[in-house]
Structure formats: C-alpha cells, structure tokens
Design a protein around this ligand. Structure first.
Ligand code: DGY
Length: 328
C-alpha cells in the first residue's frame, strides 16, 4: 500500500538484499516488483561479489557499507535503504557525493530499544549478573542479601540525547517514581516539558545523574564522549546504560571505572567491537550486564523495520518520496 505507483515498466530493477534474515513476507513484496540478489553470508567479500549492477541496496547487516561496495555497485545504483535507525556504518559521504538516495528506519524501533534500556538499568542496578554468579557458584548467602543494589525510585535520571528513543526511555521510567530527568542536547526539546525534563550540559548531567542513559547517535561529536574525564566526575553509585553505540564510550576507561568502583555498574547492549571477543575484560566484570545488541530484536519490531525498508526502497526506485529519508 505504502509503496505507491512505480514508474518502471520494462526491466525489473535489481536489489541486493544484504542480509540473511529479512522476513519472507518482505522478500515476497519486493520480489513482486524487483529482481532480488540474495546473499549467503554477510561478509564484505561476498557482498562485493554480488553487488555489481544493482539499482538498490537493502542493507540489513552490521558490515560497513563503504565506498568500495558503493563503487562496485556501479552507475545503476540510485537507492540505499538501511534496516536500522543508526547509520554510522554507512558511508553517507559517498552516497551524498554520488547523489544516491538514502533512508533509515527511525520510529518503529523506539519501544523495543527503550524496553531494552529499562531492562539493562534494572538488571545492572539490582546486580542481576552477580546474583546469578552467586547462585551458580554456591555462594548464595542465607540471611539478609549482602549484595545491595541502587534504587531507580527517587533517582536523578540523565539522558544523553532526548530523541525519540530517549523520550521513550523517560516515559517508561515515569512510573518508577524518578525524582527528576536531566537531558543533554543542542536545543531544548518541546517534548521535554511533559516529562519535566531539564536541559543541562554534559558536565552537570555527569555530576548529578544516578542513572545515565546513552541514547544519542554516534558521530564525530559523540565518539569517545564518555571517557576518563567523565568517569572522574561521575557519582560512585551511578549506573550507566548504553543502548546507542559502543564507540560513544571509551571502553577501556569504562572498564577501569567499573573495576576501581568509580561507577557502580553498567548495562550495555552495545560495545566495541561487535561481536565482543569472548576473552574481553568486560566479560570478567561482575558489575556489568551485557546483551548482544538486541535493542530492536523483537519479532514485531524487526518485521516493521524490514517493511519500512522495503517501502522506502520501492519508493526510492520508483522516483517517489521515501517515507523516512535521511537528508544527506
Ligand atoms: C539501530 O537500528 O540502529 C539499532 O542499533 C539496531 O539494533
């Protein structure tokens, strides 16, 4: 329905489906209008061997879509759609230079990602990982539980980036009786009013927040923004949650802060690199709860993301306005 009228009629345009997990229903929708080039594995070399001559690229992999792949596609390429909200893994500079249309999938994943943020905040603040370790190792002390957590109720919650996902996190936390919301950003958000959230600079959030949620995009400005300096000023009982991108945090600095007790705990859905090597120091820390970048990984959300990507693709190829274009 959303795809609208397509303007091609002679030859079906070719789309590279750069993913092995696009739902069948979405592939069927695309197949009715286009020729699909499917991949068997999400490796760059394999993608390079398949991309030549395509008109559209449906990108649903964490592999970087770089200049080499865009160049390898050739002059037919007019439309690239990523099945993700974040697009730090896409060479948008090259897309812009070549005048290639680009779209992402904001909105449809807000709820799932915000749920994951709350999950991690609760799990990290209530020491879920250590509790499990105690049970497994037979170290479950009888009597009053000595491993005490920290409360969300009455806390100051700091949200780094009050975009749609940041707002969804805040809304979910209201019933937890948070004392106040602080947020950082370039400008005041109109939506902050109903949450009684106060715009502050990073330094103030750093010093005052008991729970810190990272929900901003990764870019040159935010890369490494949460670092040694930040951990030097953070509250000792603070809990850090990252559902955005691993590279916003200097991971080694976070590890030192967690080890030395400069910060109470962390809940991370994103880390560096991904996948995290199984010998990473992060995995040896008891005060960290980790999930393998599952923020948007629910059946419904992924289906909606795939559908939105497909409709953007069909519109882009058909010369119509895409639903969620990114202005490059
Ligand atoms: C996104 O869409 O950017 C998410 O990180 C994917 O899970």
């Amino acid at each position: 329905i959303l795809a609208g009228k397509l303007s091609w009629d002679k030859e079906k345009p070719k789309i590279l489906i750069a993913s092995t997990v696009v739902p069948e229903s979405v592939l069927e929708l695309l197949k009715s209008k286009c020729e699909l080039i499917l991949i068997k594995k999400e490796s760059k070399n394999h993608i390079l061997s398949k991309v030549q001559g395509v008109h559209g690229i449906f990108w649903a992999t964490k592999t970087h879509l770089d200049e080499e792949i865009i160049d390898a596609a050739g002059l037919n390429l007019t439309t690239v759609c990523t099945m993700s909200a974040g697009y730090d893994h896409i060479d948008t500079k090259t897309l812009k230079l070549k005048g290639i249309k680009f779209a992402n999938t904001p909105g449809v994943l807000n709820a799932a990602v915000a749920d994951t943020a709350v999950l991690l905040a609760l799990a990290a603040s209530r020491r879920l990982h250590e509790g499990r370790e105690d049970i497994e190792s037979g170290n479950w002390k009888t009597g009053l539980q000595p491993r005490l957590g920290v409360d969300i109720s009455g806390s100051t919650v700091g949200i780094i980036g009050l975009g749609e996902i940041g707002q969804a996190i805040a809304k979910r936390l209201v019933p937890f009786e948070v004392s106040q919301f602080l947020y950082t950003g370039h400008t005041e958000k109109p939506e902050a009013k109903s949450l009684k959230a106060k715009l502050v600079n990073l330094e103030t959030l750093n010093k005052e927040a008991d729970f810190i949620f990272i929900s901003c995009p990764l870019n040159n400005e935010t890369k490494g923004m949460i670092n040694k300096d930040f951990f030097g000023k953070v509250k000792k009982a603070a809990v850090l949650v990252n559902i955005a991108r691993g590279d916003i945090v200097e991971q080694q600095d976070l590890i030192e802060a967690l080890k030395s007790g400069k910060i109470f705990a962390a809940g991370l859905d994103v880390m560096t690199p991904e996948p995290l090597p199984s010998d990473s120091e992060l995995l040896k820390l008891s005060n960290v709860v980790l999930t393998p970048h599952i923020g948007s990984a629910t059946k419904k959300t992924r289906e909606q993301m795939a559908e939105l990507t497909a409709h953007n693709m069909l519109r882009g190829l058909g010369g119509e306005n895409m639903i969620t274009p990114v202005n490059l």
